[in-house]
Ligand binder design. Structure first.
Ligand code: ADP
Length: 494
C-alpha cells in the first residue's frame, strides 16, 4: 500500500468536512465548510450540487495542506454522506439538471398519498423496508424527470445518471468514470430490493424510473475507482456508507443486537439485526446496515426529528441558556423534573408515532415552573423519545443490554445519566464521538488491508464513560407515564 494517510469526506446536510487520519486512525487534520440551504417554496429543501462539490474540493485541499499531505501520501478515500438526497446529472457534461433535492423535502407528499391510496404501501415496504414517504429518493427522482423539461426523454435515451450524494461525489472524484453507490445508500432510495440486493423492477415500473439512470451497487468496502480530479488524482476510493450506517460501523456495531444512537440536530437509533431483515411491527425502518464481501447485515432504524435542535431552540428562540453546554449545569442544579413536559414536536413526530401534523407543547406548568424546569424537561424529552424508539425495537425482537452513543449532545453527562435511567439499560460513550467519519475511514482501511476483519476494528473501540441506570423502576415508570400522557395531548388526533 502506498501512502500513510486515509482521507474521509463527510458530506452532511449543512456542511461538508474532510478529515485526514494516519494509519493508526488518529486524526491528523480536518477542515469544514457550510453550504447554503435553499428553500424555494415552503416544504422544499434543495442544495446546489456545484456548491457542494466546490466545498469538498476546498476543504480537501485545506486538510491536505494542514497535514502536509500530497495525493501520493493518501492510501485511500472513504465517503460518508447525507442519505436519500437526490441528484440527476448529464453523463456527458457531468452537470446536474436540477438542484439536489434534500431528504427533508416534502414536495412529493401528495404523490406518496396517491400511491398509498392505490394500495402500493405493502409492496414498497415489503421490498425496501422503508415507508412510502417523500423522505426517500424514488418520488424525488420521479419529480425531477417529470418537471425538468426534456428530462424523461433524455433519461430514456440513457443520457442521464441518478445518484445519491455519495454517487455524485464518486462521479466527480473519478472524473466521470465511475457511476456507483454502496448498498447502504441504495437501501434508502425506495427502489432497491433489500432482500435480493438488486434494483427492483416492479418498483422502477411503479415510480416510472428508467433503469438506465441507476448506479451499480457495490459492497461498502472495495475499490470503487481511482481519483481523476485535481485534488485527489490517482487516489483510490475504498469505502462508502450513508451517515447513520457509517456511525454504526464507527461504533463497531457489527454484531446482532448492537445499537448506536447519534445525538446531533436530530437523533438516529440504528440496531444491527445481522442477516435478518426484521420487519417492524412498530413503524421502524428496515435497512442495509452494512454489506461486506457480498454479505448483508441488516439494521432496524428509528429517528427523532428534533434532538439537539431543541437545545438550540432553548438557546436561540427562548433565550433560556447562553450556550448548548449550559443546559448541563442547569439540569444538574435542578434535578429530574417530574411534572413539566416539553414535547418538541416542532416538525411532527417520527417513529413510532409518525404524526406529521403534531406540534410542540409545554405541559404541566404550575406557578413555580420556570427556566430551570423547561431546560431540564427538554433534555428529558430527548431521552424519553429515545426510550420510545428502544421500546419499539424491543417489541420487534431486538433487546440490547447497552447502547453506544455519539454526536454533539453526548458531551452532556447529565443527559446521558438520565438517558440510562429512563432506558433502564447502560449507555456508553466512546473516546472518539465522531463515529460517522470514523466508520467511513474504517471501511477504507478494510479495503486498504489496514484491518484484516471487522474484529480488528471492534478491538479498537474504546470506552470513555459508562452510564449505568440508577433510578428506581417505580420512578422510571411514573416519568414515562407522564411523558406518554403529554405526547398523547399533542398528536393531531388529540
Ligand atoms: P450535526 O452533526 O447534526 O450538525 P452535532 O453532532 O455537531 O450535530 O451536534 C450538535 C448539536 O448538539 C447541536 O444541536 C447542539 O445544540 C447540541 N449540543 C452540543 N453540545 C451540547 C451539550 N453539552 N448539551 C446539550 N446539547 C448539546
Amino acid at each position: 500500500m502506498t501512502g500513510k494517510f486515509l482521507l474521509t469526506i463527510d458530506e452532511g446536510t449543512s456542511s461538508t468536512r474532510t478529515i485526514i487520519y494516519d494509519h493508526e486512525i488518529r486524526v491528523v487534520a480536518s477542515a469544514q465548510r457550510e453550504f447554503k440551504q435553499h428553500y424555494p417554496v415552503p416544504g422544499w429543501v434543495e442544495h446546489d450540487p456545484e456548491e457542494i462539490w466546490a466545498a469538498i474540493q476546498v476543504v480537501t485541499s485545506e486538510a491536505m495542506q494542514s497535514a502536509g499531505a500530497a495525493a501520493a501520501d493518501i492510501s485511500g478515500i472513504g465517503i460518508t454522506n447525507q442519505r436519500e438526497t437526490t441528484l440527476v446529472w448529464d453523463r456527458r457534461s457531468g452537470e446536474c439538471i436540477y438542484n439536489a433535492i434534500v431528504w427533508q423535502d416534502r414536495r412529493t407528499a401528495a404523490a406518496c398519498d396517491t400511491f398509498r391510496a392505490d394500495g402500493k404501501e405493502a409492496l414498497v415496504e415489503g421490498r425496501t423496508g422503508l415507508r412510502l414517504d417523500p423522505y426517500f429518493s424514488a418520488t424525488k427522482l420521479a419529480w425531477i424527470l417529470d418537471n425538468v423539461a426534456g428530462a424523461r426523454e433524455r433519461a430514456e435515451r440513457g443520457e442521464l445518471a441518478f445518484g445519491t450524494v455519495d454517487s455524485f461525489v464518486l462521479w466527480r472524484l473519478t472524473g466521470g468514470k465511475v457511476h456507483a453507490t454502496d448498498a447502504t445508500n441504495a437501501s434508502r432510495t425506495m427502489l432497491f430490493n433489500i432482500h435480493t440486493q438488486q434494483w427492483d423492477e416492479e418498483l422502477l415500473e411503479l415510480f416510472a424510473i428508467p433503469a438506465s439512470l441507476l448506479p451499480a451497487v457495490h459492497d461498502c468496502a472495495e475499490q470503487y475507482g481511482v481519483g481523476d480530479c485535481a485534488v485527489l488524482r490517482g487516489v483510490p476510493v475504498l469505502g462508502i456508507a450513508g451517515d447513520q450506517q457509517a456511525a454504526l460501523i464507527g461504533q463497531a456495531g457489527f454484531d446482532r443486537g448492537t445499537v448506536k444512537s447519534t445525538y446531533g440536530t436530530g437523533c438516529f437509533v440504528l440496531a444491527n439485526t445481522s442477516d435478518e431483515a426484521l420487519q417492524s411491527a412498530n413503524k421502524l425502518l428496515t435497512t442495509v446496515a452494512l454489506r461486506l464481501d457480498g454479505k448483508v447485515s441488516y439494521g432496524l432504524e428509528g429517528s427523532v426529528f428534533v434532538a439537539g435542535s431543541a437545545i438550540q431552540w432553548l438557546r436561540d428562540e427562548l433565550g433560556l441558556v447562553a450556550s448548548s453546554e449550559a443546559t448541563e449545569a442547569v439540569a444538574m442544579e435542578t434535578g429530574v423534573v417530574d411534572d413539566v413536559h416539553v414535547v418538541p414536536a416542532f416538525a411532527g413526530l417520527g417513529a413510532p408515532y409518525w404524526d406529521p401534523y403534531a406540534r410542540g407543547a409545554v405541559l404541566g406548568l404550575t406557578r413555580g415552573s420556570g427556566r430551570e424546569q423547561i431546560v431540564t424537561a427538554t433534555l428529558q424529552a430527548i431521552a424519553y423519545q429515545t426510550c420510545d424508539l428502544l421500546d419499539a425495537m424491543v417489541d420487534d425482537g431486538i433487546a440490547p443490554s447497552i447502547i453506544r452513543v455519539d454526536g454533539g449532545m453526548v458531551a452532556n453527562n447529565w443527559f446521558l445519566q438520565f438517558l440510562a435511567d429512563v432506558l433502564g439499560i447502560a449507555v456508553e460513550r466512546p473516546t472518539d464521538v465522531e463515529s460517522t467519519a470514523l466508520g467511513a475511514t474504517y471501511l477504507a482501511g478494510l479495503s486498504a488491508g489496514l484491518f484484516d476483519s471487522t474484529d480488528a476494528i471492534a478491538a479498537r473501540w474504546q470506552s470513555d464513560r459508562l452510564f449505568e441506570p440508577e433510578m428506581s423502576n417505580d420512578r422510571r415508570q411514573a416519568l414515562l407515564q407522564g411523558w406518554r400522557t403529554a405526547v398523547g395531548r399533542v398528536g393531531s388526533h388529540a
